[in-house]
Design a protein. Structure first.
Length: 428
């Protein structure tokens, strides 16, 4: 039996319960000090502006947005919010190179009708999301049929030094309708068909009149824009070549009087104006229009896998149009025109054109008369359902695409565990 513990002084020991309590309080204190204080990222202050859905269609939509500095930008999208496995590059990018822009333009292609899609923007390798941290969304509809006798809107834009402004974004804004857009060619020329305008309220085809007003905005490679206020009657073509950075108002009819008189006094010729020879058209109901002797009868046939026949009469200015009652199938089509000239002799003209497959990129050259051909940024058969919803905000926050790790909470937790272990050793 040993009695040393009664005769020799012993080191006082802290009760185990007290030690554990102190350690737990220390852990909670450190966690509250380090672990619960968010570290703000500089990226959270960055924004994109004017995020818009343009040229909506049953099988593709376009997105436009702005950044305060020149940045790379593209979209990731998919049918599931957690799986955004498709990529839509800026239309001016190439596969191995991402270019820097103030104004960005991407097309989401090969979409399914009547389907909800989710998407996020990638700007300088950072994700752009909605304010609630979720992806943006929209819904495509079933196919809609469009019928319009209006000529396409077209014009030309140049820089102040006279050089053509290529790859500029041209957007047409109609009242209570989704904007429609395209890119200008290397010649500075652009063209947008007017048979694809959707009413925002009814989500049906919106019919516009020649007297309707609209705004055209052009965005190039500099931090400025051109704004044009005009009427539908003055956009096929615009009365004059536009200089980038300057604004125009063609509502005053005196400004375009000379252009209107010139077009009305032009002698009638027998010709097919649209479609152009060997044009590749991204829709199944293209504009079919031409001129002949005023008041004369015109017979039009379209030969492809199926044959279509039409008869019409030219108006007092010698203009004729054909309204298609159904969509033409993809592939080569041959249009034939038969009418009579001023002397009563038969005249026959032919024209070949191609209807592109769904989602197929369209690129063709512009003509000498400033009538640029279709670009891949317009889909003349857009259709969204009345239940379309687009969760877009003018300003959205950006979070890092590959977020970093905050090691302070981990260090605090590790230190707390070490202290807890030492406390237990002291207690026992």
């Amino acid at each position: 039996m040993t009695y040393s513990k009664y005769f020799f002084p012993q080191d006082p020991k802290i009760p185990t319960s007290v030690t554990i309590g102190v350690v737990l309080l220390l852990i909670f204190f450190l966690a509250g000090l380090f672990g619960l204080t968010p570290i703000r990222s500089k990226a959270s202050k960055k924004t994109v502006r004017q995020l818009r859905l343009v040229s909506p269609s049953h099988n593709q939509v376009s997105m436009y947005w702005q950044t305060d500095a020149k940045e790379t930008g593209w979209l990731i999208y998919g049918q599931r919010e957690q799986v955004l496995d498709k990529v839509a590059l800026d239309e001016r990018d190439v596969q191995d190179k991402r270019n820097l822009f103030y104004y960005h333009f991407a097309i989401l292609k090969n979409l399914e009708p009547d389907t909800i899609y989710f998407y996020k923007i990638v700007s300088n390798n950072q994700l752009v999301e909605a304010k609630d941290g979720r992806a943006f969304s929209f819904k495509t509809p079933s196919n809609l049929s469009f019928a319009s006798t209006l000529s396409p809107a077209y014009g030309k834009i140049i820089k102040e030094n006279g050089e053509p402004l290529k790859d500029s974004i041209v957007i047409l804004f109609f009242d209570k309708a989704y904007p429609i857009a395209t890119l200008s060619k290397t010649t500075g020329e652009w063209l947008i068909p007017l048979n694809s305008i959707l009413d925002k309220d009814t989500m049906k085809a919106k019919m516009v009149d020649l007297e309707d007003k609209l705004t055209i905005e052009v965005f190039g490679d500099e931090i400025k824009k051109t704004q044009i206020i005009t009427e539908v009657s003055h956009i096929s073509p615009l009365p004059q070549t536009v200089i980038y950075g300057k604004n125009y108002n063609f509502l005053n009819r005196e400004n375009v009087l000379s252009t209107s008189i010139e077009s009305k006094t032009r002698p009638s010729k027998i010709e097919i104006l649209f479609p152009k020879e060997e044009m590749i058209i991204p829709i199944g109901n293209p504009l079919i229009k031409g001129t002949a002797i005023p008041g004369s009868e015109v017979a039009v046939t379209i030969d492809s896998a199926k044959s279509y026949s039409f008869k019409t009469v030219t108006d007092r200015e010698g203009v004729w149009r054909v309204m298609l009652t159904e969509q033409l199938p993809p592939g080569l089509h041959v249009l034939k025109l038969v009418t009579k000239d001023a002397k009563g002799r038969n005249v026959q003209l032919t024209r070949k054109f191609v209807i592109a497959k769904s989602g197929e990129q369209v690129l063709a050259a512009a003509t000498e008369e400033a009538t640029p051909t279709f670009t891949p940024t317009t889909t003349p058969s857009p259709s969204l359902t009345p239940t379309v919803f687009i969760s877009l905000t003018p300003t959205v926050s950006i979070t890092p695409l590959v977020p970093g790790t905050n090691f302070i909470p981990i260090g605090a937790a590790s230190a707390s565990l070490i202290i807890l272990g030492l406390g237990i050793l002291l207690a026992f």
